[in-house]
Design a protein around this ligand. Structure first.
Ligand SMILES: *Cc1c(COP(=O)(O)O)cnc(C)c1O
Length: 254
């Protein structure tokens, strides 16, 4: 079996390099973009990677981590060594979530947010679970938008994002609406111009901002991955999710 293992210190080095690229891209924002967007946050996507790499990135200063698979986030979130060595870790659930798995995710210690709320039904299920689990503490959520109109991608259609956001803001008292998230098509060629999926998410933000009377600056934009996070930041991302550039290529999951 082919295994891709990074030697000691490589995660910390790769992380530092990504953070420098994040800072450069932030500086490269046009002032109109900068005025409407918060400083971007780097989420280190550790899916399929061993806890040693998470601990190394944490020791190098990284706090926000993202996971895709329910059971993997549950295992890592409850892992004793991670709990002891990474007490201030902030987990982002960035994978598809089914209503019947919500309880397990809500119980993960140090869960910071769920980025993948893609239906009114799921929002309601999370709201109820948070109420049961932590009483008066709210949980940050992002509405996931399917900007590329691909059947295999989760997310609400851009036309329905306002209904979902409105439901989260007005009918889910235990949820704190953080912003909107998209994955987008993987194969966009930037030499042909800006990524249209990111442009669609920006349009969604404008529409949510108007419908909910919320400042655009208060609506986070989660977009951008290893191959396009700098472009995403330049056009307005406030939350980039970077995996393989920090932790190395992933073995393909069967
Ligand atoms: C895996 C994943 C990422 C990170 O992908 P890389 O290309 O490795 O940076 C980001 N967001 C989501 C939703 C993912 O599933």
């Amino acid at each position: 079996m082919l295994r891709l293992i990074m030697t000691d210190g490589e995660v910390a080095r790769a992380l530092k390099c990504v953070l420098e690229r994040v800072a450069e891209a932030t500086k490269a924002r046009h002032q109109d973009v900068a005025a409407l967007c918060a400083q971007p946050r780097l989420v280190a996507v550790s899916k399929t990677k061993p806890k040693e790499m998470i601990i190394e990135a944490y020791a190098a200063g990284q706090r926000h981590f993202g996971e895709n698979y329910v059971q993997e986030l549950v295992d890592k979130g409850h892992d004793e060594q991670i709990l002891v060595e990474c007490p201030d870790i902030k987990w982002h659930m960035i994978g598809h979530l089914q209503s019947n798995k919500v309880k397990k995710i809500i119980e993960v210690p140090n869960l910071y947010c769920i980025e993948t709320v893609d239906s009114i039904k799921l929002a309601t299920a999370i709201d109820k679970a948070v109420e049961k689990n932590q009483g008066d503490k709210t949980l940050r959520v992002f509405a996931q938008v399917n900007t590329s109109d691909e059947e295999n991608k989760s997310g609400v259609h851009p036309n329905n994002v306002n209904d979902l956001v409105s439901h989260i803001m007005h009918n889910c008292p235990n949820l704190d609406f953080a912003g909107i998230m998209t994955i987008g098509a993987f194969d966009h060629d930037l030499s042909k111009g800006p990524n249209p999926d990111f442009q669609r998410l920006l349009k969604c933000r404008a529409s949510v901002s108007e419908a909910q009377c919320t400042e655009p600056k208060d609506i986070e934009m989660s977009m951008g991955m290893s191959n396009d996070f700098e472009h995403a930041i330049v056009v307005g991302s406030t939350n980039v999710r970077v995996g393989s550039t920090i932790f190395g290529a992933r073995n393909v999951k069967k």
